[in-house]
Design a protein around this ligand. Structure first.
Ligand code: SF4
Ligand code: SF4
Length: 68
């Protein structure tokens, strides 16, 4: 089953990945990361991620790894 892993301490909270996911599976977390940003997180309880890689391609900080 495809999924992503977000390296939250690499994330600057720019929200570009949250806008681009066609399934709307990437949300912003409620807690700061080590850099003081709110990182993004995957919210995919139904396993809807298709592994399309759009979120990872969009991330300027290369914080997202896609597994398919
Ligand atoms: S790989 Fe595609 S479907 Fe999965 S979280 Fe990223 S943008 Fe969404
Ligand atoms: S695009 Fe990258 S840096 Fe921006 S919120 Fe998403 S994971 Fe974080």
């Amino acid at each position: 089953m495809p999924t992503i892993v977000i390296d939250e301490d690499q994330c600057k909270g720019c929200q570009m990945c949250t806008d681009v996911c066609p399934k709307d599976l990437v949300k912003m977390a409620d807690d700061f990361n080590a850099k003081g940003y709110y990182p993004s997180k995957l919210v995919d309880s139904k396993g809807e991620c298709t592994g399309c890689t759009l979120c990872a391609l969009m991330c300027p900080d290369v914080a997202i790894t896609v597994y398919r």
